[in-house]
Design a protein around this ligand. Sequence first.
Ligand code: XMP
Length: 529
Amino acid sequence: LVLILDYGSQYTHLITRRIRKLSVFSLCLSGTTSLESITRLNPRAVILSGGPHSVHTPDAPCFPDGFLGWAEANGVYVLGVCYGLQLLVQKLGGEVRVGEWQEYGRMEIEVVEGGDGEGRLYGGDAVGKEQTVWMSHGDEAARLPEGFRVVARSRQGTVAAIESPGRRLYGLQYHPEVTHSTLGMETLQHFLFNVCGLSPGWKMEDVLEQEINVIKDLVGPNDHVICALSGGVDSTVAATLVHKAIGDRLHCIFVDNGLLRYKERERVMSTFESDLHLPVTCVDASDRFLSKLKGVTDPERKRKIIGGEFIAIFDDFAVELEHKLGKKPAFLVQGTLYPDVIESCPPPGSGRTHSHTIKSHHNVGGLPKDMKLKLIEPLKLLFKDEVRELGSILNVPQAFLKRHPFPGPGLAVRVLGDVTQGNALEITRQADEIFVQAIKDAGIYDSIWQAFAVFLPVLTVGVQGDQRTHSYVVGLRAITSEDGMTADWYKFQSEFLDNVSRKICNNVRGVNRVVLDITSKPPATVEWE
Ligand code: XMP
């Protein structure tokens, strides 16, 4: 295990992911985690992340007292990255000062010759003598603690890498986890395998087996488990895994809220039933949702109504199950992912908000408070790409695993204003299907994070078949993104757009104009409401 202690850098998750990509299991905890918790995890190496602080500020976060002594006594390797390096330097009696050069962005560094010969951190210069790295810091190491040597310097002469191999302490002033650091991955690989002596061995197959055993231990032989399937990758993979562990004591519900895409209910139900053999109850609640949404135009009110309705339906489902089984379901499966777990406990003073709270509107309404179900979250240590890999092993069809994300409130956030106005939902479904199918046909679906049509409740004048028309506008949105938090709009070829626009106007009744959304996030959000 490699443990990452998080001091608030925006890149901390990346370190964790990069290490897992090298088939070594890594976990990320707050930078002020107690020594007791660290000891319990028994890591082979600990990486101290970067962060926005200066070690000189009074409340600068730091590893717990006794940490370095414990690491040395137990043969644990420590690598400080950026702020992490500065923490090491300062705590061990060196000097960190505000740098002469504020170094942000790409920077050339060079391995320093000499000293006692071999710089272990780069295996001499085996990783590469010169490299471009990504710096992002104001402070710098001015004087190293005793026993340390400089292993690399930037062109401006600042310390870029240090080590004290006898005490297994290492530091990088730059961010090796960022792709702009040209030999970053090689450096991490060298550190893990050649310096720390770890070997690659962490496999998704083992994760699957472990999780299945955990669930088998947790859920008693007469216990029942429920799960709300959204049609998305996370809940589907979580349910499939739990089903493998406990079979048909899992009971899933899929709700058609009348806000789904073209043929979506049929498509996802066929995957659940025919491909994955999941026990699913499909509830058609379109009328229930749409009658509650009639006339509602405020986006937040729309979301709240949808969330509330989901809770009510889920409650009904649990009561029905209790009658049928003669006992209450005891557990609930949720497809929570690792980024949500990390983000829900940000390091102190990191300035990072609890994105759990930011995203709570993203979950399908939460759960009834009095259900008292125990949670099963089999994906809570995994990143999205790892969940896809796990899904593959569980035979979830590739086309399903690669589907673009779809928001819980569905088309309600893509039909602007009242979702029940005219045939807005039908127009959106048809335009969306044409657009997304064209993207698939062009072979660019996998290069796009999300693509969809939105309904604009605006009537414009047009001319179709020599007739004057007064019809609606459809907007097209396609974005590229790493995680949905920031996004850029996708640059289509104009011929592609021309074809899609013609096809929509010719085939979707009630539309005579198509526009393209060319806004990144920020300032816009991905969805229009
Ligand atoms: P925004 O519009 O906030 O979207 O920039 C970022 C990502 O989140 C998805 N999204 C949602 N997902 N329930 C969800 O499950 C929601 O209420 C919701 N709102 C936005 C959006 O599709 C994009 O991937």
